[in-house]
Design a protein around this ligand. Sequence first.
Ligand code: FAD
Ligand code: NAD
Length: 488
Amino acid sequence: MVSHVVACNERKDNMKSFDVVVIGGGPGGYVAAIRCAQLGLTTACVESWLNGENQPVLGGTCLNVGCIPSKALLDSSHHFSFIKHAAKEHGINAAGVTMDVHRMIQRKKNIVQTLTMGIAGLFKKNKVEWLKGHGRFISANQIEVKPVGEDSGEAYQVTAKHIIIATGSVPMTIPPAHVDNELIVDSTGALAFTDVPRRLGVIGAGVIGLELGSVWNRLGANVVVLEALNDFLAPVDRQLANEAEKLLRKQGLDIRLGARVTGTGCNNREVTVTYEDREGKQHVVFDKLIVAVGRKPNTQGLGASAVGIAMTERGFIEVDESCRTALANVYAIGDVVRGPMLAHKASEEGVAVAERIAGKAGHINYAAIPWVIYTWPEIAWVGKTEQALKAEGVAYRVGSFPMAASGRARAMGELDGMVKMISDARTDRILGLHILGPNASELISEAVVAVEFDGSSEDIARTIHAHPTLAEALHEAALAVDDRAIHF
Ligand code: FAD
Ligand code: NAD
């Protein structure tokens, strides 16, 4: 525990008092706390997460069981898949390659540990006091902290002029598939399999279903993905979603759309899933089943309603456009409020709220939040899809460029996918940029900057892109908006 008694005022009754108390130390909360401290506010962050060794840790869902561990496994499994399927094309002979799943999982654990310890170091550096426990509202200015882990002891109270709720989200469950953490797991369980399941079921072809389905598929599992909707990846631009569906099927994912799960039955070795689709009632048997049907806001034991903080019907904390709750001194950010459940959205809200508390003008452009799905190829976008613009009756122009026409993509042996730019027919302002391709997660940043600056397709078209790079595909898509792509 950092010694921060210097950073807060001790009241006569020994109740610590801060300018800001943040509840939750995920990417929303820990970033908010650091920014508050940078702005000279005395700050504490209450966090109740315990790792597998019962040690309190920071970082929330993202670092412990979300973004980081999933990307660690995606990278490991991508390397394995490359060596098995693509290395030969490069002249690399690597026969008899096997996967040591224990080692892969240990590597993931080490990465998580390094990064979560890093946040503790950042707290120390910035003089943020880490209160290791569960936080609950006593009043609009008072939080009770119930210690957790080895430090656990008597509950105590702290006071704060401002409180930021950043309690995040937890996996959603569905009645027909009760998570038992043995045969039926949620995303957390699916990040910790110690063997490759031979037959793996996934309920939900959303971001988690496709990312974790891809991990285990690459390692040899026969993966069946059951998706209730008829459309594959409904929020994604249709043209890219259709292409991605074909590619993922080709990789071996058995994606079954319009599949409504109605029940599961487990014996001690396998799980039978019953679902209904257009053809009627179906059964399928798996060794493991992942439930990935979305996440819900986490306000358990927070006592928010009791002090007058309003909630939405779906259990999110209700906030205005500046993340302020029904109580003037209490803000809420990240997954526990409206908007996309993304780590970078949570962090940006954290920064903006910290700045508002410090009397500055916190700013977030919700129209310029990038989305990434880390399948291979990756899918990334910013702004609106073509189908959304059509529905809104907006006049637009489209420029597309296939990865197969990119010199760099060809050199890499990564010919699948495309870049699609959509701009306003009248003003040429970029309305949407969609990428299906290698490293789309990195490439999208250029488009995000362009959208943030109200850029046009002409701006990108006039910008010099290094050759040979994948980014040239964005350049060519911008040229294509004006029908003047050079290489296609
Ligand atoms: P969280 O990260 O959920 O943190 C909330 C914290 O609050 C937790 O640590 C919790 O212990 C703590 N807490 C809750 N209640 C209390 C209380 N009463 N007292 C004390 N502490 C409390 N997003 C991306 O942008 N990119 C990705 O690649 C990505 N991959 C993901 C992969 C998976 C498998 C999952 C599950 C999620 C992924 N996400 C990804 C989503 C991302 O993890 C979340 O959007 C992000 O973590 C939200 O941040 P947050 O700070 O709002 O909440
Ligand atoms: P999701 O909303 O992306 O996908 C859930 C899917 O499950 C949807 O397609 C939905 O139609 C389907 N579904 C719901 N109920 C069903 C049922 N009964 N039977 C079959 N299908 C059903 O949610 P997720 O994949 O669980 O991810 C949760 C959140 O975590 C997302 O909001 C996402 O933003 C975040 N996340 C982000 C990333 C990333 O940024 N790369 C990665 C993982 C998670």
